[in-house]
Design a protein around this ligand. Structure first.
Ligand code: SF4
Ligand code: SF4
Length: 389
């Protein structure tokens, strides 16, 4: 099935000089570093970025998604470890991660065992602070414990950077996050159109820019993108047709070399209309209480709602998938599990059963890594899935 090619239509982000999202991000970071801005590296969505921004520092994601550094990492780490951890560690080991090199401090969370132990290996290299994440979010004391942990993060940042982070500045950053999440929600609404005027690469482009723009810049970007998407709709420019399989992609974070699965879905004639993972829509689903009187507790409450598979039970993830299905009307769910990610792997069965029983949707679990070795096997499975719709 032939689809509209992204290269053949005016790009959504026309005024960006650097089109590669990683290079664009690096350029932005280098500019900020030259201005004397401090950088704080992160490995997960649970660390509240509002605290980092409230001391006028920039939060940086350090999760790496390339096969390139995995052989080096496997000299130290076991081969049967999640590729995201191996790739991230490999970049540090080979001193080729500019974001880690530029970070003045690093925040980690006790999410999965592999990451926790990797943090021990990198702790001599940078000031590093580990946040103890409660993993039974429904327990009555979980929020209390996580709020204490968030207060400890504030202490760490204040001590390490010799600053004072005021409640007023955190409140400002809470408003900034909520405003951006509202704008992101407006952009995502175009994915509800059938056929869709948005390409999956454009979702990542917009998410990448959310991290490096101010609230005003991001608002301008969404205004422009919305106008272009309206033009596409008026001009009949869509990705796929109204009969193309609409795909919700769920599971582990997907980026870099793991995007091979998204590319295969596209080449098989599918259109990606929702990305559930924390690399996609998950982080934008929540709002932080404003003017609560205790902004640290407010950010703790919002971040504790993130339905990652490290949580148990993780009913909130099923509810989130329900909302994505109701809103974006997929025909199928493809659950991507990175090799050796046990929590997403075990949870996959529950997700597949839920989408079949509750929504009558077929699903496919794909276990993969960052290599190219399984591309044709994945292609065969995706094509068979679409043929059966
Ligand atoms: S999948 Fe979970 S643990 Fe991994 S980065 Fe996302 S939120 Fe954090
Ligand atoms: S994908 Fe799974 S194993 Fe890998 S870092 Fe995230 S939670 Fe851990």
């Amino acid at each position: 099935m032939t689809q509209t090619a992204l290269a053949d239509i005016p790009p959504l982000i026309a005024d960006q000089q650097v089109t590669d999202p990683i290079r664009r991000f690096l350029t932005h970071i280098l500019n900020r570093k030259e201005q004397g801005i401090r950088l704080v590296g992160l490995y997960c969505s649970y660390a509240p970025v509002e605290l980092i921004r409230a001391m006028d520092a920039v939060p940086l994601s350090l999760c790496a998604v390339s096969h390139r550094t995995i052989p080096a990492a496997e000299a130290v780490l076991p081969a049967n470890l999640c590729p995201l951890i191996k790739s991230s560690y490999g970049f540090i080991l080979t001193d080729s991660c500019p974001f880690f090199a530029l970070s003045d401090a690093v925040i980690g969370e006790t999410t999965c065992d592999g990451k926790k132990k990797m943090f021990e290996l990198i702790s001599p290299l940078k000031p590093i602070h580990i946040m103890d994440l409660p993993q039974l979010p429904d327990e009555s004391e979980a929020l209390e414990r996580w709020t204490i942990t968030v207060r400890k993060l504030k202490d760490f940042l204040e001590t390490t950077f010799q600053v004072s982070i005021s409640d007023d500045r955190i409140e400002e950053e809470i408003r900034e996050t909520n405003g951006k999440n509202d704008l992101m929600d407006r952009f995502f609404s175009y994915l509800g159109c059938c056929p869709s005027p948005v390409h999956w690469r454009e979702i990542y482009d917009i998410i990448g820019l959310e991290h490096v723009t101010t609230g005003k810049e991001f608002q301008d970007l969404i205004e422009k993108s919305s106008a272009m998407l309206d033009e596409r709709i008026a001009g009949g420019i869509f990705f796929g047709t109204s009969s193309s399989p609409r795909v919700l992609v769920s599971g582990c974070p997907v980026g870099g070399d793991a995007c091979k699965v998204l590319q295969i879905i596209e080449e098989a004639g599918g259109v990606i209309v929702a990305l559930e993972a924390c690399s996609g829509m998950k982080n934008y689903a929540f709002r932080i209480a404003e003017n609560s009187g205790d902004p640290l507790r407010a950010v703790a409450e919002a971040t504790l709602k993130i339905p990652c598979s490290c949580m148990t039970p993780n009913q909130a993830r099923l509810e989130m998938i329900d909302r994505l299905i109701d809103r974006f009307k997929p025909d199928v769910v493809i659950d991507i599990v990175l090799h050796a990610c046990h929590s997403y792997n075990v949870e996959s069965h529950k997700i597949m059963k839920h989408i079949q029983q509750r929504h009558g949707l077929p699903g496919l679990k794909i276990e993969t890594d960052y290599s190219k070795g399984d591309v044709e096997q994945i292609r065969t499975r995706v094509e068979a899935l679409f043929e059966g719709l």
